[in-house]
Design a protein around this ligand. Structure first.
Ligand SMILES: [Ca+2]
Ligand SMILES: [Ca+2]
Length: 551
């Protein structure tokens, strides 16, 4: 969880952000982040998740997940650029300094994006290495024997990383094939003295370590996702965490990166493809070496919660030094996506079941959208815009989870390739953030039906300004009510705002909403505290106890 009361995280990038995007106003992302530090502070952001800050194989145009050199934070001329897509190392440090602020300012935490799974864009390897072909869909199926494309082979892939421009600064580790356990691209395959082309149909599992090395054999890691048999391999050159030298080097890097730019925590990329035992070892090492209570949230993509519980348990309860970790709530995110596509055919009662938010709220980082699923990433994988205010109300105003706001949902975006411009949600998100800090406090009473769900925050605790009732309605164009108990008897609640998407922008209708009839400006609870709170179709409506206002 966040260390702050009702903490909020901000994912400060997206996949389709152009380097010359209007919102950046000629700045790099790091420069823009620096210039936005005070705004983020003022709207109630407690932590910023920054994109991978190190040199990517595709250089200055990459979001950064194709990591080429973990130690190059925009400092060395590699992959045809010194800066990363997001800027230079100096600009990154300036941005983080601005977020941390001086002693008189609220401290905003910075979470680095940590890619521990692979390296990308290596040079052609010098040495052949023994390997076996495994099926992409079943990694446990190794193609031994003498059938077509079977048997022991030797491969050369793109596994050599010399980083000559860095010349050993920060680390002299020289990466080559021995440090990886699998690749999916070979430029040379040799078998029985014949040379073969890479058919592109297989993953090549590397078999042995060099003579005399312990352990003598390589293997896929254990405690990874069991999808595809064993989901250790994801992309490019996959680290071999069976090797002591690889484990140590990446732990050393984690400590170095954390201290070099003063990180406060991590978003751990692709953890289903990395041994959970290594992630625990890595976190334990970096936390101990830096002597800091570093927050960690992992990206484990799963529609079901059981694998997430198993993963959390493996990291937080096993081993000599159990480590705290949260996970992104993908099960909830996939429900949001379905809700946005199915409209009123989606049963809102499913939102409050089978999610990490419900089942393990203290370990849930909740979100509506991210860079991997936003419009244009995969066919119809995004959350449609009309639903976003409902989704954000659900993560920002509930009593569970550590919510995360996605860059384009706040700042808007521009058309770019398959990506269609998304509308700026700044006005309604600023409102929800204020409500989160002032009214999303105290006990919660939750109610739901097929097409309408609502909750009351009871207040009555420090920092709470009063009671709040929130209603989301996913029907097409019909005002619906839900009966909720407020614990306030014969009390008026006024209509603060209804947030809706008009097809090209988000509208925040305050004070009076004519479709609500005699409740257009407010409503009364009965002598037992009950009232029918209403919201328009496809909107979220917010009602506050009379006599208190938003500051
Ligand atoms: Ca892996
Ligand atoms: Ca591996």
């Amino acid at each position: 969880m966040s260390t702050n009361l009702n903490g909020v995280m901000f994912q400060f990038f997206h996949w389709f952000l152009k380097k010359d995007a209007q919102v950046l106003d000629g700045k790099t992302l790091w420069q823009f982040l620096k210039s936005e530090a005070n705004r983020l502070r003022n709207i109630g952001i407690d932590a910023v998740w920054i994109p991978p800050a190190y040199k990517a194989a595709s250089g200055g145009d990459s979001v950064g997940y194709d990591v080429h050199d973990h130690f190059d934070l925009g400092e060395f001329d590699q992959r045809s650029t010194t800066a990363t897509k997001h800027g230079t190392k100096g600009e990154l440090k300036d941005a983080i300094e601005a977020l941390h602020g001086d002693d008189s300012e609220k401290y905003i935490q910075v979470y680095g994006d940590i890619v521990l799974n692979h390296k990308s864009g290596g040079d052609k390897e010098d040495y052949f290495w023994q390997a076996i072909r495994v099926d992409k869909d079943n990694r446990n199926h190794e193609r031994w024997g003498d059938c077509f494309e079977c048997g022991l082979i030797e491969v050369k892939g793109y596994t050599k990383f010399t980083h000559e421009a860095r010349a050993g600064k920060y680390s002299s580790f020289k990466w080559n094939v021995r440090h990886f356990d699998s690749i999916d691209t070979a430029f040379e395959i040799r078998q029985n003295n014949n040379v073969f082309q890479d058919s592109g149909d297989y993953i090549y599992r590397l078999l042995y370590n060099e003579a005399g090395y312990q352990p003598p054999s390589k293997s896929f890691e254990s405690w990874v996702s069991l999808e595809k048999g064993n989901y250790d391999y994801l992309i490019d050159a996959d680290f071999d965490y069976g090797r002591h030298d690889v484990r140590e080097e990446m732990k050393y890097w984690g400590t170095w990166f954390t201290q070099e730019v003063e990180l406060d925590g991590f978003r751990l990329d692709a953890v289903k493809h990395i041994s959970a035992d290594y992630v625990r070892e890595w976190l334990g090492h970096v936390r101990a070496k830096t002597n800091r209570n570093l927050f960690a949230v992992g990206e484990y993509i799963s529609g079901g919660t059981q694998t997430l519980h198993d993963y959390i348990s493996r990291v937080t309860t096993q081993g000599a030094f159990p480590q705290d970790i949260s996970l992104l709530d993908f099960p909830l995110r996939f429900l949001f996506k379905n809700a946005s596509w199915q409209g009123e055919f989606f049963d809102l009662r499913t939102l409050n079941r089978n999610t990490l938010m419900v089942e393990q709220p203290a370990k849930a980082v909740t979100f509506v959208e991210n860079h991997d699923y936003e419009y244009g990433r995969e066919y119809d994988s995004h959350v449609r815009e009309w639903f976003k205010p409902l989704g954000y109300a659900f993560i920002l105003l509930r009593d569970k989870g550590y919510p995360c706001i996605f860059f384009p949902d706040y700042y808007g975006s521009e058309n770019n390739g398959n990506h269609r411009a998304q509308s700026k949600g700044q006005e309604y998100l600023d409102l929800l953030l204020k409500l989160r800090k002032q009214f999303a406090l105290g006990a919660e009473r939750y109610y739901d039906e097929q097409n309408v769900a609502g909750w009351v925050r009871m207040g009555g605790v420090p920092h709470a300004r009063g009671a709040m009732a929130v209603v989301i309605n996913n029907s097409y164009r019909q005002v619906k009510g839900i009966r909720m108990n407020t614990g306030r008897f014969n009390k008026r609640f006024y209509h603060l705002a209804t947030i809706k998407f008009t097809g090209d922008k988000f509208l925040v209708v305050k004070n009076r909403y004519n479709l609500y009839g005699d409740k257009a400006e407010g409503l009364w609870t009965d002598s037992n505290g009950w009232a029918d709170f209403v919201a328009d179709g496809g909107t979220v409506a917010i009602w506050l106890e009379d006599g208190v206002g938003l500051r």
